[in-house]
Design a protein around this ligand. Sequence first.
Ligand code: SF4
Ligand code: SF4
Length: 274
Amino acid sequence: MASDQLSRQQRRKVQRDALERGAKVMARGLGPELGEAEALGIALIVHERLTDAGRPARAGEAAEMVETLLEKTLANEVRGLDLGCRKGCSYCCSALVTCSAPEIFRVASWLRLNATTAAAPIKLPEIAAEVVRRHGVSLEQMFNERAPCPLLIAGACGVYPVRPIPCRSLFSMSSEACRLALEENSGEVPIVGGAMQKGEMARTLLLAAVSAAGLSDRGIELTAGVMAVIEKPDAEARWLAGENVFDGVMGGDRSPGSRRAQDHIAKLLGALVG
Ligand code: SF4
Ligand code: SF4
């Protein structure tokens, strides 16, 4: 029976079951396959946080929940692999990063607290100037420039503890292959496909919860998004109230497959909590 045809009592039972299954996966990480009930459970847990009106930073907290799940998952995924990735290797940090609003709020609130006290201080005015410079620059020009991410500070990610899902889930078996791809636009990068897929799965669960909560699920370019809200500590509350606080910031679409999966879970979730 579809969840929109269930009685209130049956709905509560499905919810309880999904929450229990979701909590188990949250504790151990995503496995090779994710069942529908487990996916629904995780999205439900994230949705509960996103709709807890008593928590002003609940969007960023929802991102943190999913990123914590992803970290557990990725630790399993890359265990034993001879990766090229290491601190100081940053050829991959020259691509535009698109992420969700909750991920942006998490980065922005971390920067408010840590930008000046970080081991390598982060100069927000310089980042803001780079965002302004990039405004109106075409994607092709950006690609040709291979300009590093403005949050790359002294060769390392300046927001490493709160970096968004796409940055977390990219691993390569060869740093040299990454260099060749960036500097000479040649060769294939041997990325760890399983890690990338888990990142996409995590993002799907976060965005399903976001859209079931009636919030905007649009992709937002990371640095411009952070700079749009960094000086506005009330931006998260305004976004949660339905305001478009990222007006004019470039976005990005999800692949049709990921979008379908997201819409499917959001629909199930909506029928359960609606
Ligand atoms: S993905 Fe490539 S460039 Fe990025 S840290 Fe790993 S090896 Fe280095
Ligand atoms: S946020 Fe950090 S990890 Fe992601 S592209 Fe920028 S510097 Fe690299």
